[in-house]
Design a protein around this ligand. Structure first.
Ligand SMILES: C[C@@H](CNC(N)=O)C(=O)O
Ligand SMILES: [Zn+2]
Ligand SMILES: [Zn+2]
Ligand SMILES: [Zn+2]
Length: 516
């Protein structure tokens, strides 16, 4: 029986295990899934949701959490983070402990990070290095995408090894970061084909790296060295052009595509057109792009301006956040992430005399759910079910670990948040749980606050207090050929095969011009 069906018919009493400490009852809340809301109790035991139904009787010793008048939502899933990544001469300051601590404080109970090999480094080595960093530190479950930061037959083979034996089903290609992570089109074509053959998902950072490199030289030559130069050097058309190229390359191979951090409406329009043309393309919106705009890079205070430096840039058009939210609300953009990649003022100062040396990246992991609730639901653009879809469920489906996660249903992991939609909080670096000394949403008041976060059946955050254990989170392996994407791919392949048919004709028998 599917987990969803059992959610509907679940009335069977669960035989309690002996250990009383690990039972929770979340009483009387409005359970909100991506496709379904209803008032029900949620009974949890041994880290798994055992029952979802009104007025449940539960065993002695069960801890009861009162959720009456509140929402009960699946824990947030952030499909794009960079904890303690070595990058641009330093390492992002949020590590797998402080980052996942901040995550659960904001209602997120799983992150997907990126193992990014140095140019020429074995993908398996990079994967093992990231596992070594994450496993002892994570406070919630996590998984890893792997970067295709260079290309060779070895990379091709290691992709297969990672999918078969290490639970990786997603690979990120960078079209930017020339001479560092960037792949050429011919390499991208080969990488995309291999990813399709393995039943995986290609993720792409879509900016034209060659044009960005020229843009940087041009802006510096004009004497602009401040953070605003970063934005000036990589306009939205470089993001849109690369997005279109990635769509074409993926489509030629019949490979599904996931465009990370869509930061401009120009790029979002390319994603929308691709989806309307029937391509399997997903666009990811970031909390940063939904919550703030790029005018901050023109702030007089250097540290403030540098805090907003990321790639692709936050766009200076103040209408951008609302436009991206409109596209997210109507599923032209598919889901949200944060690309959390934080650097302190001292680290950002590596670029104090040259914007191209400012480590790229911003925060978002703790604030994503409140930002999306405030800008998406409070604004009337989306309902509570779409909110759950874009902060949790869709990521679980795309990366193929639904319904283990991303839904409140019998048999699913007990990653659950008691959410107060009326309560407000003011975001600040003074109160956030990140390691970084700046918050790009500083001072922003948001409706939508997590009261309790349950991760793996454990209360890890309650009314402002953290109860986290480093290393308590687990690595979540993911298999390939997930139905959510590959049912469609298989169908499309049948049609494509029928279209790739030559014409049966008599061979040409006329004269041929001799070679001169
Ligand atoms: C390296 C990483 C984070 N930095 C950024 N987005 O500016 C990325 O490009 O996704
Ligand atoms: Zn990127
Ligand atoms: Zn990233
Ligand atoms: Zn509000």
């Amino acid at each position: 029986m599917s987990v969803y069906l059992s959610f509907l018919v679940s009335s069977s009493p669960i035989t309690p295990s002996m250990e009383p400490g690990n039972r929770l009852l979340i009483r009387g809340g409005r359970v909100v899934n991506a496709d379904y809301s209803r008032t029900a109790d949620v009974f949890v035991e041994d880290g798994v949701i055992r029952n979802v139904a009104p007025s449940l009787d539960v065993p002695e010793g069960t801890r009861v959490l009162d959720a009456r008048g509140k929402l009960v939502i699946p824990g947030g899933i952030d499909p794009h983070t960079h904890m303690q990544i070595p990058f641009m001469g330093t390492r992002s300051i949020d590590d797998f402990y402080s980052g996942t601590r901040a995550a659960v404080a904001g209602g997120t109970t799983m992150i997907l990070d990126f193992a990014l090999p140095f140019n020429g480094e074995s993908l398996l080595e990079a994967y093992r290095r990231w596992r070594g960093w994450a496993d002892p530190k994570v406070c919630c479950d996590y998984s890893l995408h792997v970067g295709l930061t260079w290309w060779s037959s070895q990379v091709c083979e290691e992709m297969a090894e990672l999918t078969k034996n290490h639970g990786v089903n997603s690979f990120k290609i960078f079209m930017a970061y020339k001479d560092f992570y960037m792949l050429r089109d011919s390499e991208m074509c080969a990488a995309v084909r291999q990813c399709k053959a393995l039943g995986g998902l290609v993720m792409v950072h879509a900016e034209n790296g060659d044009m960005v490199s020229e843009g940087v030289k041009e802006v510096l030559a004009c004497g602009v060295t401040g953070p605003e130069g970063h934005t000036l050097s990589r306009p939205a058309e470089l993001e849109a052009e690369a997005t279109g190229r990635a769509v074409a390359i993926a489509n030629q191979a019949g490979c599904p595509l996931y465009v990370v951090h869509v930061m401009s409406h120009e790029a979002a329009d390319v994603v929308t057109a691709a989806r309307n043309n029937g391509h399997i393309v997903f666009g990811e919106a970031l909390a940063a792009g939904l919550g703030v705009d790029g005018t901050h890079c023109w702030n007089k205070d250097w540290r403030h301006a540098a805090a907003y430096v990321m790639s692709p840039p936050l766009r200076p058009d103040p209408r951008t956040p609302a436009r991206l939210m409109d596209l997210l609300a109507n599923d032209d953009l598919s889901l949200t992430a944060t690309d959390n990649c934080t650097f302190t003022g001292e680290q950002k100062a590596l670029g104090k005399d040259d914007f191209s040396k400012i480590p790229n990246g911003v925060n978002g992991l703790e604030d994503r759910l409140s930002i999306v609730w405030e800008k998406g639901v409070c604004s009337g653009k989306m309902d509570e079910n779409r909110f759950v879809a874009v902060t949790s469920t869709t990521a679980a489906k795309i990366f193929n670990f639904y319904p283990r996660k991303g839904v409140i249903a019998v048999g699913s992991d007990a990653d659950i948040v008691i959410w107060d939609p009326q309560m407000t909080r003011t975001i600040s670096a003074k109160t956030h749980h990140h390691a970084v000394d700046f918050n790009i949403f500083e001072g922003m008041e948001c409706h939508g606050v997590p009261l309790v976060t349950v991760a793996g059946g454990r209360v890890v955050y309650e009314n402002g207090q953290l109860f986290v254990q480093p290393g308590a989170g687990k690595y979540i392996p993911r298999t390939c050929f997930g139905d959510f994407i590959y049912q469609r791919v298989r169908q499309m392949d049948i049609v494509r095969a029928n279209q790739q048919v030559g014409v049966c004709r008599q061979p040409y028998s006329g004269p041929v011009v001799p070679v001169l």
